[in-house]
Ligand binder design. Structure first.
Ligand code: BG6
Length: 505
């Protein structure tokens, strides 16, 4: 019998990485400190890394191994998910090395090569190494070329070399294609792992399980029943210390191009024939290829910038007042777009995507909102508190699933009101969910690619966004919106024009 979940079942066998090492470029950045290093420790703590695992840091710093080990130690203490155990740390630290070097210098990569080869002997990494590029995208080409020149990129039958690339994968379609060309000239496609950390989240993987392991949802998952879909990624934080990264990028490039379009693909795709990488990617690509933009992009999109104000009782700066931001910057910190999907399943069902910083609270969700019942055999007053039924994937922070439907209010009158039926991870399972980066780094070390988008997906995603970005680029400053609120008025108007409202998560 065809069981597309069988590959997920296979993953119940503990998946432990074989002999290998990881080299991180960009060890001084926030991402390495807050996510990558703690995830490595958590994997070690869970017994999923080989005892001889090696972690090499590469940066332009006057450090020796111990200095880097201290950085990793502090990052682990502060951000690791699992408890700190001295014996796990001792084992990990014995495989930590640092290479002080310049990303442009031949000599630095030759040194790195020596260190990696020495680890093959002393730690038994056997030539298996992944290179994690946690650096600004402008530097990818030089590092990739240097990995090739120094021979570090070369795999052979007994030893693998892989490259891990963090977003943004380019700035638009043309630059993404160029980046893919550069990477593709050095690493074969099976050795390239592009990280979209949303795909590593348990709740995001669960979207496929919920859709395809049950008979409850799929029959109504189409334009006969679904009115529209809302995908929201709201953050209460501002840009923090990331001005250098964020300005000139903005909300659409930062998270819609990748995380939100991936959520759209998982919501709308057809059932894959298996959960092998090629089958899943194929279905996601099919649906991304079917995405169309409204004719009038201006009316069906919105963007904004957070204004100075108050959030949670604390006075906060506006985007233009943040340190390191050009006071005339036109970068958006809020973006909303409407797209449609030109296929039989979704014809006429708009997908609304929105993302913003300094909003009312941190929440990511996918809400599938259903049509009203075709006929309501109740008086109008009895159903005035009844809205549309909805299935909501709660991606974070309150992970789970909500089904919203109407129910009779207890009492003598026949009055119907919305109620929620909730599934919450915390109540249903005793295991804690691993962090997205734990799952993804382990998959890289195992060479397991289903949770990594391939270059076609990335390019399709840019293809969707490019016309919107081009239109916005002609429009000057985005609208200011209140910090701690729910985005600019133009976003509310955009849905009102379609006779709909944003959910208030
Ligand atoms: C990153 C974005 O990809 O996701 C950040 O670059 C954003 O701007 C972050 O803050 C949010 O991640 P999460 O997992 O907290 O939703």
């Amino acid at each position: 019998m065809n069981n597309p979940l069988r590959d997920l079942d296979d993953r119940r066998i503990p998946r432990v990485a074989g002999p290998c090492g990881l080299v991180i470029f960009g060890v001084t950045g926030d991402l390495a400190r807050k996510k990558v290093m703690p995830a490595i420790y958590d994997l070690a703590n869970r017994g999923l890394l080989p005892p001889g695992f090696a972690l090499v840091g590469f940066a332009r710093r006057d450090w020796v191994d111990q200095d880097f080990a201290k950085i990793v130690h502090d990052a682990v203490k502060e951000y690791a998910r699992t408890e700190f155990r001295e014996e796990v740390w001792e084992q990990l630290v014995s495989g930590i090395r640092f290479v002080a070097g310049d990303l442009n210098s031949d000599e630095s990569y030759d040194n790195l090569k020596r260190v990696v080869e020495e680890l093959d002997i002393t730690r038994g990494t056997r030539g298996n190494h992944a290179f994690y590029l946690s650096i600004p995208p402008g530097l990818f080409p030089v590092v990739i070329q240097q990995l090739k020149r120094s021979g570090l990129a070369e795999s052979d039958a007994d030893a693998w070399r892989r490259v891990v690339i963090e977003k943004p994968f380019g700035h638009d379609l043309a630059s993404a294609q160029e980046l893919n060309r550069v990477v593709g000239e050095v690493f074969p496609s099976g050795s390239v792992f592009r990280i979209d950390h949303y795909l590593g989240k348990e709740t995001v993987q669960n979207m496929m399980a919920i859709r395809f392991a049950n008979s409850l949802y799929e029959p109504i998952w189409n334009s006969n029943y679904v009115d529209h879909v809302q995908i929201t990624m709201a953050e209460d934080i501002g840009i923090g210390g990331r001005a250098g990264y964020y300005d000139g990028i903005g909300a659409a490039r930062d998270v819609i191009q990748n995380h939100l379009l991936q959520l759209l693909a998982l919501t709308a795709m057809e059932e894959p024939t298996s959960f092998q990488a090629d089958s899943v990617r194929l279905e996601k690509e099919k649906v991304l290829r079917a995405v169309v933009l409204p004719r009038d992009i201006e009316k069906h999109s919105a963007r904004g910038q957070y204004a100075p104000g108050w959030q949670g009782g604390v006075e906060v700066k506006g985007y233009l007042q943040e340190d390191g931001i050009d006071p005339a910057s036109a970068t958006e910190t809020y973006a909303a777009i409407r797209v449609d999907i030109d296929n039989r399943r979704w014809a006429g069902v708009p997908f609304y995507l929105r993302a913003g910083k300094r909003l009312g609270r941190r929440v990511t969700e996918v809400a599938v909102v259903f049509k009203r019942a075709p006929h309501l055999p109740f008086s109008a007053t009895a159903t005035k508190e009844l809205s549309n039924n909805a299935v909501v994937f709660r991606i974070q922070p309150d992970e789970g699933l909500t089904v919203r439907f109407g129910s009779k209010v207890p009492g003598t009158a026949l009055e119907v009101r919305d109620v929620n039926m909730d599934f919450a991870y915390g109540a249903a399972f005793t295991e804690d969910s691993p962090e997205a980066y734990e799952r993804l780094i382990l998959d890289v070390l195992l060479g397991d690619p289903p949770l990594f988008p391939r270059h076609q997906e990335i390019e399709l995603q840019w293809n969707i966004l490019d016309p919107i970005l081009n239109k916005w680029a002609q429009k000057g400053q985005p609208e200011q919106y209140e910090s701690g609120g729910w985005g600019p008025q133009s976003a509310i108007d955009m849905l009102a024009r379609d006779g709909r409202m944003w959910r208030r998560p």
